[in-house]
Design a protein around this ligand. Sequence first.
Ligand SMILES: [Zn+2]
Length: 114
Amino acid sequence: MHEMSIARSLFKLLNEAASKKKAKSITNISVNVGRFAGVETELLQRAFEVLVQGTIAENSELQITIIDFTLLCKTCGKKTIKDEIDMSCPVCLHTNTTVVSGQEIFLTDFEITV
Ligand SMILES: [Zn+2]
């Protein structure tokens, strides 16, 4: 399961940060997940819950924020939020665009107790 490996990398990051600060527990965790990052947020939640059992993050809460898929058009400079992976600019119809957000997964915040 793809989500399990994401949960594992998240936990690895958290664990490293927590052990540097000699934390006793990790509590509120916030993660941004792009709309087209290819992640089922429910599966990620569940995978994370299973993974942290018996660890310092056992009682943590994983908050997932979905980030819109946004394109920046390099021809007309407009930013557009898309509901599907479509690389064309709706303003000038060029496909000379770049993805600004929506395919990423990253840890934005977490709390620890020491
Ligand atoms: Zn454009």
